[in-house]
Write a protein that binds this ligand. Sequence first.
Ligand code: ZN
Length: 300
Amino acid sequence: MAFEHTLRSPVECSGVGLHSGAPVKLRILPAHAGSGIVFRRTDLDGFEIEAVSRNVARVSYATSLMKKGVLISTTEHLLSAFIGTGVDNAIVELDNLELPILDGSAQPFVAMVESAGLRQQRRKRSYLRMRKEVELRDGNKFIAVYPARGYSVAYNIDFPHPLIGKETFEIDLSGDRYAREVAPARTFGFREDEKAMREMGLIRGATPENCIVLTREGVENGPLRYPDEFIRHKVLDLIGDLALLGHRILGRVVADRAGHAMHTALVSRILRDSSLWEQVTADEVAEAVPSFAALAPRPA
Ligand SMILES: [Zn+2]
C-alpha cells in the first residue's frame, strides 16, 4: 500500500443514527488524492466538514465533528472501516446529522468498500511516524503511543460484569486482520443504564439489532460474535478516532479503560507538538517494515 487509495465507484446505504434516531442516507464517493476523508451534508447545501482533529466537537458516547455550527455525529465506525480497508480519500455524503448505526459494527461499511472496490491513486501515502512517546492519564484511565515500526493498537478494559471483567486485545494493523477480527464487533450497552440514557435522548435509535444489550447476568440479545466482542469494539472505536490524525500512524497505541474523549485528546496532543513525530512516505516505511510493501488492497 505504497500509494493512496479511493473507492472505484460510489456506494450507499441508509439507516438511523444510534443517538439521534434520525433516518439518514449515506453515500460514499471516490475523491482526489490528498483530499482525505470529507463529510458532506447534502441537506445543508453540501456543507463540508473534513474528518480531522481540528473539527472534533463533542465527545461523550460518540465522536462528533462540528464546523461553523454544523454537526456530524458518530463518525468513528466508518472512519475505522476506512483505516481497516485502506481507504485514504473519500467524500461521505449524508442527509442528516448522524451516521447510520446499521448493525452497530463497522462490518457493513467494510462490505460497502469491498463492493465498490479500491482504486490506487498516484500519490504516495504518508504516515506520522512517532519519534517520542506520549502518555495521557485521567484517574485510572490511560492512553499512550510509543514509537514502533508498524501500526498496532492494544486495549485493556475492566468492567465489573460476569461476561467482561478484564479483557485485552491487540492488533497489528499492517496485516489484514481488521476485517475478520475487529470490524464485526458491535456497540454494547447496559440494560440498567438504558432508562436514564433514553430519558436524556442519548439512544433514540438503539434497538436489539444494533447494540448488544448486557443485563446484570449476561447478554439479552445473544449470541455474541466473539466471546470478547466488547474489547474488540473498543479497539474498533479507537482506530476510528485515531483516523482524525488525518494520516496513518506508525506507532504502538496502548489504551486502558479509555473512551472517545481520551482517544481524541491523544490525537490533539500528538498534532499539537510536531517534535513528537515526523511525516514519512510509504517508501521510507517499506524499507523499515517489509510487510507494508507486501500489503495489497483486498480484492473486491
Ligand atoms: Zn463504537
